[in-house]
Design a protein around this ligand. Structure first.
Ligand SMILES: Nc1ncnc2c1ncn2[C@@H]1O[C@H](COP(=O)(O)OP(=O)(O)OP(=O)(O)O)[C@@H](O)[C@H]1O
Ligand SMILES: [Mg+2]
Length: 315
């Protein structure tokens, strides 16, 4: 549905997008991640024909963005960053206007507006002027206009920005429910959102792709992925060497927890996982009761920081 080919965008001396390539198919929900200024919004603006590329191109729904901007726009629903709207219109008037611009007339237009009013829960504010809406409701109106024509491709630039936790949840459910039938790219700074919604994640840094994999695959890159964490009643330092001797153990860290005799032990391994029983046997031998055992999943935050920081250091 989307194919990006060696896309470059320069703003004067600034190279915002630096030769990126990727493909997205139907049924995929791709999360765009990256530090501020990485080039996420610029890429999205090119995919939606709001900006022309400097070189390279993108094919959206079989149409080249350089060749037929109108045909691309028909296939795409776009929620731009910051949700620009016509603030002097009321919600109903605005959505009717969008329906008309999208080519709907009469009952068909009314049905399309009713459908998005319901799915984005906008009935309560239908007659309210857009400039008096709260941030979250503005965001919902932006989302509603993006899906009004039921497009096969959705490009959503920070769709849950400014929403309360309930609304975030609802918008994520809505995106997920549409994901099977469409091709969706969304950008976000919320890493848990990527896990909750996306089938795949691309991390962009300084206009380049630095990672392209499933959220689970990204997590696996985390130092903590597969590490064992135990809460143990013991004096940490003595245990470190004891546990480090076990087969497959690469590194052990012990950290005394405040106001208790507990110690948090983390056992890292170069293998995928560490057999638990020898660890428990060794601690039992030392008469150190184990209160809790957790297999760590790893943190996307850590992966994000290590990947993007590394790139920064190289520059
Ligand atoms: N119209 C413009 N003129 C000049 N520079 C621009 C313009 N638009 C974007 N840039 C620059 O291009 C780079 C990429 O910006 P972009 O908005 O794509 O980043 P982003 O990844 O969306 O960041 P954020 O997470 O902050 O939204 C930045 O250095 C930005 O200052
Ligand atoms: Mg942006």
């Amino acid at each position: 549905m989307i194919e990006v080919r060696k896309l470059v965008k320069d703003f004067g001396p600034i190279r915002a997008v630096d030769g990126i390539c990727f493909k997205v198919g139907k049924g995929e929900i791709l999360g765009f991640l990256g530090p501020n200024g990485a080039g996420k919004s610029t890429t999205m603006k090119i995919l939606t024909c709001f900006l022309p590329p400097t070189s390279g191109t993108a094919i959206v729904g079989e149409v080249d963005v350089r060749k037929d901007s109108l045909a691309v726009r028909r296939k795409v629903g776009y929620l731009p960053e910051g949700t620009p709207l016509y603030s002097d219109m009321d919600v109903l008037g605005f959505l009717r206007f969008v329906a008309e611009v999208r080519g709907f007339r009469g009952e068909e237009a009314a049905a399309a507006v009713d459908r998005v009013m319901a799915s984005c829960r906008l009935e309560r504010v239908r007659h309210q002027s857009i400039d008096t809406l709260s941030k979250g409701f503005r965001q919902r109106v932006g989302f509603a206009q993006a899906i009004l024509h039921d497009p096969p491709v959705l490009i959503l630039d920070e769709p849950t920005d400014g929403l309360d936790p309930n609304q975030k949840h609802e918008v994520r459910d809505l995106i997920k429910s549409m994901g099977k039938e469409k091709c969706i790219i969304l950008s976000t700074h919320i890493l848990e959102e990527v896990e909750a919604v996306c089938t795949r994640a691309i991390i962009i840094d300084r206009g380049r792709i630095v990672a392209d994999e499933t959220p689970e695959g990204l997590r696996r890159r985390s130092r903590q992925h597969g590490a064992l964490q135990l809460l143990v009643e013991a004096d940490g330092a003595a245990m470190e060497n004891e546990l480090a001797e076990l087969d497959g153990v690469e590194k052990v860290t012990c950290e005394a927890l405040d106001d208790s005799k507990l110690c948090r032990v983390r056992i890292y391994s170069s293998a995928d996982s560490i057999p638990l029983q020898p660890v428990l046997d060794r601690l039992a031998g030392k008469k150190c009761p184990v209160r809790e055992v957790t297999l760590l999943k790893g943190s996307l935050d850590e992966v994000f920081r290590s990947i993007t920081r590394k790139e920064g250091a190289a520059a």
